[in-house]
Ligand binder design. Sequence first.
Ligand SMILES: Cc1cc2nc3c(=O)[nH]c(=O)nc-3n(C[C@H](O)[C@H](O)[C@H](O)COP(=O)(O)OP(=O)(O)OC[C@H]3O[C@@H](n4cnc5c(N)ncnc54)[C@H](O)[C@@H]3O)c2cc1C
Length: 303
Amino acid sequence: MSIESLKSDILVVGAGPAGLTAGIYAARAGKKVLILQGRSPSRLGIPYIIENYPGFPSIESLALLDLFREHAVSFGAAIRAGDAIAYALDGSPKYVTTKDAIIEAGAVILASGKPLPKERLLDGEDRLVGQGVSYCATCDGPLYRGATVAAVGHGEEALEDVRALQAMGCRVLWVPGKSGGAADTPEAKGLEGQDVAIRRDGKIKQIRGQAKVEAVVIESASGAETIPVAAVFIFREIPAGPLYERAGIALDAKQCVAVDREQKTNVPGVFAAGDITCGGQQVVTAAAEGCVAALQALIYLRS
Ligand SMILES: Cc1cc2nc3c(=O)[nH]c(=O)nc-3n(C[C@H](O)[C@H](O)[C@H](O)COP(=O)(O)OP(=O)(O)OC[C@H]3O[C@@H](n4cnc5c(N)ncnc54)[C@H](O)[C@@H]3O)c2cc1C
């Protein structure tokens, strides 16, 4: 897969009410704006009737999201599918990586929605992100050619990425964690024995290692077993917290991004808005924070 190099004045991570409102303000001000839309849906994309967004006494959430999207695009913002999986935010310009693109931006607005709670992360996952814990087989797989790596996840994407890891020369220990998913398909069974082993009977309980991944602990009916691996590829919703923390962004105890009243994070030129800040957790507050973040990003770019 080829990696595209893209440039924008303002990169917005997230295409919910916060990110799209930021896009509306920044694009209307004449900036080149790219909005990343990850695979997890915006909470506004989960069907419900919203009765408390000003100006719309009753509207379907999906219809409102479409209006936000059309509004942002009408001012020239570009919306691109892809999860941000790595951030280099401390310098200027800033860089954000997806599976198929490296995006350079003058300022970044984080609007990726409600954070995945720490309890849903694997033990050791957040500590070892970037040190063997990866969410992208195509990006990091080549680093582990010839080594044994673990893969976690049971969706179609997990199957695709296990195949990619195998093709890159990794030995893959696939622990889907759930039966009835992609690991039980004839395609997955066809990979077994060809540098792919599937452990359907257990779950990864811990990722071990001091400075980098060294092993996983698999728990099954027959007990706990420690298996040495060089990396762990996790294929499920990407948790923002560990990635943001690794990029130097200060979080609070709930994995929410800490911001001031101007939606500034602790890193200059990086702003955050919406549910990711654990502010109002409403569409109107997400939109309002997106507006403030964009206005501040514009000031930052002028300074
Ligand atoms: C069932 C339900 C009912 C609700 N009812 C109401 C209501 O009546 N009134 C109200 O005001 N609010 C309501 N809410 C809350 C409201 O939907 C949210 O507060 C609002 O959608 C938050 O907006 P956001 O932009 O911060 O995040 P979201 O809308 O969650 O959008 C997050 C965006 O970030 C993207 N993303 C995530 N990770 C990445 C990544 N790594 N890279 C790139 N993109 C990424 C996602 O794909 C998505 O596009 C309800 C929510 C639910 C679930």
